[in-house]
Design a protein around this ligand. Structure first.
Ligand code: G4F
Length: 326
């Protein structure tokens, strides 16, 4: 039985990845902050249905000691490092903690693996935010990086630490450069979920308006369940490498509003307002993936359409709104 360790297992991607690895017969372990172990109902809601099948260890990305103590106890075939401060606006508010968790945290995991089990395969959750003000559309592995936020910078530095552990120490380290990926498990503050939840709550009579920021930004939105398969495929390759993962189609925030509100029989133009509070000090205008390397070398294909994913999210949010939950 192969054994995998996931950091960030309580998040959207961690929960789908844990499901996927369990379905493949892995023994799945996760590093979880002690605060989550103390409040499982709230903080572990995305993995509540898996808890009997997982092995959870307390630890935090900010502490090298806590990570090395997990890795010193047990050998892992694969380590998926997903834990991060992943909300871009928060990184403008507190860039220090974003860099601490995302960059130094990644360094901790890499260094602890190198010390205890350098033969383990390592996956790093890179981000299309590393392309930032991208010099070409679509973006592929060779597109130059120009991050536009402390978040993008933190991910780019961690990406280079991952490359460096591959080159300097011969470790099997790969990065997925993942474009935006969503699902009904996406936290509420990200724009996709904010819109699908807003549309559902307005349709249910719980709210009247939805305030957003830049409606013209374009993103390549895929489904998280599809993207975790790409993470796993990367670690099955003989040689480590970095791969862009995305659908190859971009849509504007406005397009996402149109699809979500149409799914509940409403016109978004009657409900969506623009509030400057949600504009960013530096915006990323267009992200669109050229994932041909992932398709050709990993045999990876997305299965969800943009419209299908948005409707799935709206349906889940309608069910929640009708049940009177938040
Ligand atoms: O949903 P978002 O907050 O995601 P963003 O910033 O693109 O980052 C996400 O994808 C990255 C991969 O590309 C990940 F690395 C990262 O961790 C995260 O998962 O915003 C998407 C777009 C932005 O252009 C933003 O300006 O939507 C625009 N937007 C417009 N109104 C809004 C809003 N974003 C948010 N969060 N809230 C708004 O009201």
């Amino acid at each position: 039985m192969r054994r995998a360790l996931i950091t960030g297992i309580t998040g959207q991607d961690g929960s789908y990845l844990a499901e996927h690895l369990l379905s493949l017969g892995y023994e799945v372990h996760g590093i979880v902050r002690r605060i989550a172990l103390e409040d499982p109902g709230h903080r572990m809601k995305r993995i509540a249905h898996l808890l009997d099948d997982l092995v959870l260890h307390p630890g935090t990305m900010e502490s090298y000691g806590s990570i090395v103590s997990v890795l010193a106890q047990q050998r892992f075939d694969e380590c998926y490092h997903l834990a991060a401060q992943s909300f871009v606006p928060e990184s403008f508010v507190d860039g220090f903690s974003t860099l601490n968790v995302n960059t130094t945290g990644t360094h901790h995991v890499l260094a602890a693996l190198r010390q205890t089990q350098p033969e383990a395969r390592f996956y790093f959750a890179g981000s299309s935010e590393m392309f930032g003000r991208a010099r070409e559309v679509p973006q592929r592995e060779s597109t130059p990086f120009h991050p536009r936020s402390p978040y993008g910078i933190s991910k780019l530095a961690a990406y280079w630490l991952t490359v460096n552990h591959r080159e300097a120490f011969g470790m099997h380290c790969s990065s997925g450069i993942l474009f935006n990926h969503e699902s009904p498990r996406r936290p509420h503050e990200f724009v996709s979920r904010k819109i699908t939840r807003g549309a559902a709550r307005i349709a249910s009579g719980l709210e009247r308006q939805l305030a957003l920021g830049n409606l013209d930004a374009r993103r390549d939105w895929g489904h998280a369940a599809d993207y975790v398969r790409a993470m796993h495929l990367m670690l099955q390759q003989d040689a480590p490498a970095d791969f862009v993962v995305g659908t190859g189609r971009s849509h504007s925030v406005r397009d996402l509003c149109a699809v979500a509100f149409e799914a509940v029989g409403l016109d978004y133009r009657e409900h969506v307002t623009v509030d400057p509070r949600f504009l960013r000090p530096a915006e990323v205008d267009v992200l669109e993936a050229d994932a041909s390397a992932a398709r050709d070398r990993l045999g990876w294909e997305p299965t969800y359409t943009f419209e299908g994913m948005v409707r799935e999210m709206v349906d889940a949010d309608l069910a929640t709104a009708r049940a009177g939950a938040s």
